[in-house]
Design a protein around this ligand. Structure first.
Ligand code: SF4
Length: 176
């Protein structure tokens, strides 16, 4: 892999760390109102990833022994025995599981709020603010820009900047 491509992957990890810091702060802030715990895996669907994230995770786990969930195709490939088998390397979307998520609506006019129905059962709607929600678009914009650089630089495979890759496809690259 070219040095330039490695540097772009480092930029992706820098953003992922920033996402972690934000999510850690918000998880702390909401801990009284969330029921997230080890063994609850309702969020662990089969996600699609930008190429930069897909290849970054592949680079991190390709030499590890990872138990894969091959059978249940509606669930994540890495959900096994009720736990994430790649927790330290999991995609950015997984890091905000359980938090109130804020997104701009399709018209670009209003913010939309979503959250897990198991959480926040005891709060009124005015509990949620711009400050205590995870502003997903902010981080998605950063990921989109670093992904654009990545697809132009990566030579092992040809990806396009709007491409999303099914996380389950990682099983084709990993040791069985
Ligand atoms: S990578 Fe881990 S946290 Fe993310 S959906 Fe899969 S099992 Fe869940």
């Amino acid at each position: 892999m070219k040095i330039k491509t490695k540097q772009i992957l480092d930029q992706y990890l820098f953003i992922r760390n920033e996402i972690d810091r934000t999510c850690d702060r918000l998880h702390q802030e909401h801990k009284e109102n969330t029921k997230c715990r080890k063994g609850c895996s309702d969020c662990c669907m089969n996600f699609s990833l930008l190429p930069v994230e897909f290849i970054s995770i592949l680079e991190e786990i390709k030499d590890k022994e990872v138990k894969l969930n091959i059978e249940d195709k509606d669930k994540c490939l890495f959900l096994s025995d009720g736990t994430c088998q790649i927790y330290a390397h999991r995609p950015s979307i997984c890091r905000s599981h359980g938090l109130p998520i804020l997104n701009m609506d399709e018209e670009g006019e209003n913010m939309e709020l979503s959250f897990c129905p198991l959480n926040f059962q005891e709060v009124e709607i005015d509990y949620f603010t711009m400050e205590n929600g995870y502003q997903q678009d902010t981080f998605n914009s950063k990921l989109y820009l670093v992904n654009k650089e990545f697809v132009n630089s990566y030579e092992d495979e040809k990806f396009t900047e709007n491409q999303l890759i099914d996380l389950r496809e990682l099983s084709n690259y990993l040791k069985k």
